[in-house]
Design a protein around this ligand. Structure first.
Ligand code: ADP
Ligand code: MG
Length: 300
């Protein structure tokens, strides 16, 4: 679903790369924790997946597509299929919870009748059915993050990127947010979550990818926040990453069976086809509603 093929990202010439020789793949439907100190390259990885920043070297693939070959006019379609959640929520402050979710649908021209069904459905999914009229400042941090998740998920993206989503929340609130991300993952969305939340990682026992100085130093199938095998790292660089990895008994990458087809193959259009299928299904479901909806009030 997401593949980094020998990716290096250097923001400024002469600077140590933010991400270096990254070779990793996240399969469809996986839940992946990205852990590592601040500055280890987690957000940079996410920004490259969103095509917000380009690799200096190497290639990033999403759903089999080389992102460097996606023309700029197709980038919005890419981002529509990738939900994003941040530590600081990033809600529109003057819009209500309802309107924040509605906005994500409106910008892609979703018909009003569909919006009127989907937004309450999303509010209910995140447990805020009675708080749709609240402005962000009238909601707790946990509630704001729920709105942000509802907004990120309302288009049913195939990927959800969460950048330290529980970083500003107390532990019990954080647990609720994690349960929500877990539910979204169970519904089929690939979730990649950068975090410093030991509790979250240890409770979930999902794939853990640990970054140090822009490199992957650990990749475990059902990992804990702290490595069970001591990782010796000198100034952020591992002299021989591959040798180090093979020492780890549980270090493993993606199952062969889960590999998406080659980037040159038919998988190239999966992202778009899925989007189209989903939208068609929605449209069919609401055909009658559209027929009646003749006042033509456009959503902005
Ligand atoms: N826009 C930028 N310009 C220059 N350097 C950056 C930029 N964004 C991140 N960096 C640097 O890249 C490295 C990795 O940062 P980041 O990906 O944000 O790490 P993390 O999310 O793990 O904290 C850090 O050294 C950071 O200072
Ligand atoms: Mg970050």
């Amino acid at each position: 679903m997401i593949r980094f093929d020998n990716v290096t990202k250097t923001y400024m010439r002469g600077q140590h790369p933010a991400v270096e020789n990254l070779d990793i793949e996240f399969a469809r439907g996986e839940f992946v924790f990205l852990v590592g100190a601040s500055g280890s390259g987690k957000s940079t990885m996410m920004r490259m997946v969103l095509k917000e920043t380009a690799p200096t070297l190497g290639t990033v693939y999403v759903a089999g597509r080389d992102l460097s070959r996606i023309p700029s006019w197709k980038v919005p379609a890419l981002r529509r299929d990738i939900g994003m959640v941040f530590q600081d929520f990033r809600l529109l402050p003057s819009k209500t919870a309802y309107q924040n979710i509605e906005f994500a649908l409106a910008v892609i021209g979703t018909p009003r009748k569909v919006v009127r069904r989907l937004v309450p459905e999303m509010l209910e999914m995140v447990g805020l059915e009675d708080k749709g009229k609240r402005l962000p400042h009238e909601l707790s941090g946990g509630e704001q993050q729920r709105v942000a998740i509802a907004r990120a998920y309302v288009n049913r993206p195939s990927i959800l990127l969460a950048d330290e989503p529980t970083g500003n929340l107390d532990p019990s609130t954080a647990e609720g947010i994690l349960d929500l991300l877990s539910e979204i993952n169970e519904r089929g969305t690939t979730v990649v979550m950068a975090t410093h939340d030991h509790g979250a990682v240890d409770r979930m026992r999902r794939r853990v990818v640990e970054m140090v100085g822009g490199r992957v130093v650990r990749d475990e199938r059902e990992g804990l926040y702290e490595s069970e095998t001591p990782v010796s790292v000198i100034s952020g660089h591992l002299p021989d990453d591959s040798a180090h990895r093979s020492e780890l008994p549980s270090a493993l990458l993606v199952d062969e069976g889960e590999q998406p087809a080659s980037e040159d193959g038919p998988a190239g259009d999966v992202l778009e086809e899925e989007l189209i299928d989903e939208r068609d299904a929605l449209l069919e479901q609401h055909e009658d509603a559209f027929a009646e909806d003749e006042d033509g009030e456009a959503l902005r």
